[in-house]
Ligand binder design. Structure first.
Ligand SMILES: [Zn+2]
Length: 255
């Protein structure tokens, strides 16, 4: 079998599968960009505890298949907040997470990467990822794009699901359906209760295992065709966002 750089699924190269010699030959000469999925372990209504890991790993692989990236091993543990009391949820402290992801990003700069794409699956550590990206530039000259995929196509939620959902609702269910359809079990989606996001109201814990913007809209659905349609838009948006950032960096800053 040939060396780990081109096997399976097209041209996708995985950092953890390369030898140090292969890595030294490939980075930065052939790959100057790395993509890392970041998530958390958290209860998600009727879909898996690893939803925030599964979806960014899927998107990172799709991006790496279309753009010239190496896929880095995932950051699996994050800042779970309002879902923490639900069984199976896990959280690390915000300051620890911020410090850890910052050092992970800075480490990519030291390894020879010039550009980083973060595919984030979890809303609880958006601020920390932004701060880490800023430090990674200051300390390691790394240019970073952070993608919070579920925020990227509200009009596709409207079009496919009749409205925007939220935690463990139609969008995340679509992501798991695209990535790991066998993990979406219709019986677990039936009869789920959702709470509405209310302006000016904070609840700890979140009172229901699913969050939506409007009752009756964008509830979790096991419909594969809708999921494909929605996730195709997300994937396209992610590719466009990265290409746009890279083009700007190249043309304005010579990176
Ligand atoms: Zn989630």
């Amino acid at each position: 079998m040939e060396a780990g750089i081109t096997k399976e699924k097209g041209k996708v190269a995985r950092l953890a599968e390369l030898s140090w010699k292969e890595f030294g030959e490939l980075v930065p000469a052939r790959y100057d960009a790395v993509v890392i999925p970041v998530g958390t372990v958290e209860a998600h209504g009727g879909i898996p505890l690893g939803t925030d890991i599964i979806i960014p790993e899927y998107l990172a692989e799709r991006l790496a298949g279309r753009l010239n990236f190496i896929i880095a091993p995932t950051v699996n543990y994050g800042i779970t907040r309002t879902m923490l009391p639900y069984p199976g949820s896990h959280a690390v402290a915000p300051a620890t997470f911020r410090q850890y992801v910052t050092e992970v990003f800075v480490g990519f700069g030291r390894m020879g990467f010039r550009k980083l794409v973060v595919v984030n699956g979890h809303g609880g550590h958006v601020d920390e990822l932004r701060e880490a990206a800023q430090v990674a530039y200051r300390d390691a000259d790394l240019f970073t794009v952070v993608l919070h995929w579920w925020l990227m196509a509200p009009e596709a939620s409207e079009e496919v699901y009749g409205g925007e959902g939220g935690h463990a609702a139609a969008e995340e269910t679509a992501g798991v359906l695209a990535a790991r359809p066998e993990l979406v079990k219709a019986a677990l989606l039936a009869g789920l209760n959702a709470a509405k996001y209310e302006k000016g109201v904070f609840r700890m814990p979140f009172p229901r295992p699913v969050g939506v913007r409007e009752f009756g809209k964008a509830m979790p659905s096991a419909d594969v065709e809708s999921a494909k349609k929605y996730m195709a838009v997300i994937e396209k948006r992610c590719v466009e966002a990265v290409e746009e950032a890279f083009a700007g960096w190249r043309e304005e800053l010579g990176r």
